[in-house]
Design a protein around this ligand. Sequence first.
Ligand SMILES: NC(=O)c1ccc[n+]([C@@H]2O[C@H](COP(=O)([O-])OP(=O)(O)OC[C@H]3O[C@@H](n4cnc5c(N)ncnc54)[C@H](OP(=O)(O)O)[C@@H]3O)[C@@H](O)[C@H]2O)c1
Length: 502
Amino acid sequence: MTVTLEPNPLLEGLRLRRRPDPCLLVIFGASGDLTAKKLMPALYALALRRLLPERFGVVGAARSEESDDEFRERMKKAVQDHARDPFRDDVWEELADGMRYVTLDFADDHGEDELARTLAELDEERETEGNRVYYFAVPPSAIGTLVEEIAERRTADGWIRLVIEKPFGHDLHSARELNAQIQQHFSENEVFRIDHYLGKETVQNMLALRFANGIFEPIWNRQFIDHVQITVAESIGIEGRAGYYEQAGAIRDIFQNHLLQLVAITAMEPPIDFTADSVRNEKLKVLKAMHTPGPKHIVRGQYGLGFVEGVEVRGYREEDGVAQGSMTETFVAAKLFVDNWRWADTPFYVRMGKRLARRETTIAIQFKRAPHPPFEDAGQELRPNVLLIHVQPNEGVSLAIGAKVPGQGMAIRTVHMDFLYGGAFREGLPDAYERLILDAMLGDATLFTRSDEIEEQWALVDAVVAFWQRDRPSFPNYAAGTWGPSGAEELLARDGRSWGRH
Ligand SMILES: NC(=O)c1ccc[n+]([C@@H]2O[C@H](COP(=O)([O-])OP(=O)(O)OC[C@H]3O[C@@H](n4cnc5c(N)ncnc54)[C@H](OP(=O)(O)O)[C@@H]3O)[C@@H](O)[C@H]2O)c1
């Protein structure tokens, strides 16, 4: 089947980006879940849109034994199953032609020579000038040795970029160690630490909304904003990843990275330009200005048996591979403060968890009430203005405003002014990984986390985890399919507020 992409006049001028230099992409962890579900479909989407370098190749590496052909076949199936675009043989063949697979065990030296040989051959064949992107889709423990190996074999030809998946370390100590190990051989502009939320269009749109419009910035502060609510809710459980999740919990899986980055982007000062350092300097200031929430300001939870979308699901402790008395949290809610002139005393209420009522990531900016509404009938129907950013799903922005109900009298009710991506741009949103892989190839680190940001994020998490050691909450404390433990509601109720039901 031949599929042509319809030109979309609304997108004209939006795609005037450079094409990356010729290069080879090495994926460590090529037999894993991430490669099949995200990386390969993203590469296919880029190939389809002719955004990959003209001269390009992919080398997959993992422990599993596989031939080049088996690897290509498995990746073809992954693209057919997970890509957002229809499958086109010609596009796939062109991409697959430059694909190789190497069996490699990071734990010993086995396979490193073969990888070097394959890279040299492919380099010559595809004329990729020695340029390499190394993508680490592997557990953090494997990264250090690989980095050393890459550094040792570095030649004067071409550039090297290291793309490193989250989680980056397990705590501040391990993250510092890993940063130090990398920085011994590579400069910061060669390192691309992934937080895939930053690759999401809607997260970037928060920056567009704030800094491309004149109307929001003057009111984006403690004088006009009552509080901010950020929700990162998943309806799925741990999907067979108990080994990882038992060690991580919600605090390391979501809070340490995605959640704190969303707070930073919401709260940051306008950067002087959209370059990597300007944007990251401003985010860093926010992270530095946040203090650790005290025990009363942070709530943790673990799901028990319940119903999600009408289907009965097991509790966390009953999931395969989870310890019977596991104390791992699957939910966190917190009241955070950013101590600076813009935000002093303005709470940022955040919550995130698994097996919640539905999948939803939102940032809600709740403005203060009108000081003196002169309408008697407004009553409870009139809620304060809320600017709601739907990060996913139903990507878009919605502004809740009071409007007059048609008819006699001055009855006022809250209505919504909506902007939906699908409606405005008539094109499916690219997956975050498309943008991030392309940016790494282009050497643009704006949407990646810098070492100092990662370390600030871990410092906050370590402080929370330290006081969590002192008590044992009674788990499970929320039923699957609800919005978390009652403590999360109380966190806001104490301040006379409640979570929005968007
Ligand atoms: N899956 C996701 O959606 C997702 C999302 C965000 C971040 N991440 C992060 O991405 C990374 C990979 O995740 P994943 O879900 O793809 O994990 P996974 O399915 O467990 O895959 C891990 C990969 O690493 C390879 N590997 C592990 N130890 C190795 C060793 N000693 N030598 C050679 N290869 C080794 C495995 O190879 P073999 O199987 O051949 O041994 C496999 O290809 C993790 O850091 C994860 O936290 C994943």
